[in-house]
Design a protein around this ligand. Structure first.
Ligand code: NDP
Length: 329
């Protein structure tokens, strides 16, 4: 038997989440690698799954947890053997395939990434999908020609998981980072991660003009809605916006003016189905660029049981940085 968070659907359609015991027979038949999960995380999407606030779970019952890291117990996949260290992000795990908020999981070997040199299960999960997505966004800016000498870059939702890691990565790469946040009390925290300036997210979150004063060489946006529309409207000629999230909303109430008059590029960033070579490149960058002391500033550690109480808090935007889950605690 092993401990797991289990989600069931009530008769009225709501989600029931509990910490319970499962046995190996309850793990999914699909999957050729059985793993001992050492650490998992709570991402925004895990918050949606555990609370049932949005229909991200597609099979019932479900173990949530889109991220996991630990050791292989048994494998019929030729690329993996018992004792190997792995990390996993996405691929529909915790949505359509039982996930990693559990001491054990059965996963597809093709989804797993070998633990990058110098990383532990805990540091990998302190980064998690949110941090890996932040790196995909930083890579998108660089690949589209945004260089530190081009001017300031904006990070929205800056005190959240994606935002905190994006601030740290971009600052370490030499960009001047402006952090937009609703938690102005976290200004010192954001500056300690490398932000040169902090702005109130209220300046971006209301409806704005289709073209505004040019300011940003690049933007990492995890917020969507009016915030993304205003950010795009403020990007300098030829600049790039990497859009990955919807914390404010899924809508995008913008005009084509920034694209056709300023050549602004809007790049969509997806972590869930990103190809394996892209993931390995992102994790290799994370292993070399994120300093352990920076990661500790960003991270709070919680237990598996605590995950239930933290899920609504992440949706309410109340979590600073990243939540790493010690599944044994
Ligand atoms: P967090 O909850 O940790 O961070 C989101 C942050 O957004 C909050 O901390 C808050 O930051 C800000 N925010 C919250 N509500 C609002 C609001 N109503 N208006 C404006 N800003 C708000 O979540 P994550 O960082 O884990 O994820 C952020 C987003 O990115 C989510 O929408 C998530 O689904 C998405 N995502 C997408 C991925 C992909 O593959 N495309 C992968 C990972 C995440 P502050 O208080 O500083 O303003």
């Amino acid at each position: 038997m092993f401990r797991a968070i289990l989600l069931n659907k009530n008769d009225d359609g709501s989600t029931r989440a509990e910490l319970t015991q499962l046995d190996d027979a309850q793990l999914p038949a699909e999957g050729d690698v059985t793993v001992a999960v050492e650490y998992s995380t709570i991402n925004y999407k895990d918050g949606l799954a555990i609370t049932g606030k949005s229909p991200v779970v597609r099979k019932w019952p479900m173990v949530p947890g889109i991220d996991g890291a630990g050791k292989v117990i048994a494998s019929s996949n030729t690329n993996w053997k018992a004792g190997d260290h792995f990390l996993l992000n996405g691929w529909g795990v915790g949505e359509g395939h039982m996930g990693c908020l559990a001491e054990r999981a059965k996963l597809k070997g093709d989804w797993l990434i070998p633990m990058p040199h110098g990383m532990t299960s805990r540091t990998a999960m302190a980064i998690g999908t949110a941090g890996y997505t932040a790196m995909l966004c930083a890579m998108a800016l660089a690949e589209n020609g945004v260089k530190p000498e081009h001017g300031e870059v904006l990070v929205t939702g800056a005190s959240g998981g994606v935002g905190s890691v994006a601030v740290a990565i971009l600052a370490a790469r030499g960009y001047r980072v402006v952090a937009s946040t609703g938690k102005t009390a976290e200004a010192d925290y954001l500056k300690s991660l490398g932000a040169t300036d902090v702005m109130d997210r209220a300046d971006l979150s209301a409806p704005g003009k289709p073209l505004q004063k040019e300011r940003w060489a690049g933007v990492v946006d995890s917020v969507g809605s009016h915030t993304l529309a205003n950010a795009v409207a403020q990007v300098r000629y030829g600049g790039t916006v990497a859009a990955c999230g919807l914390a404010q909303g899924m809508d995008f109430p913008a005009s084509v003016a920034p694209f056709i008059l300023r050549g602004v590029k809007l790049i969509g960033v997806d972590s869930v189905m990103a190809p394996i070579d892209r993931r390995v490149a992102a994790w290799s960058n994370l292993a070399s660029e994120i300093k352990p002391d920076t990661l500790e500033k960003i991270t709070q550690q919680i237990s598996l049981a605590d995950a239930l109480a933290w899920a609504p808090k992440i949706l309410a935007g109340e979590v600073r940085g990243r939540l790493v889950v010690d599944v044994k605690a």
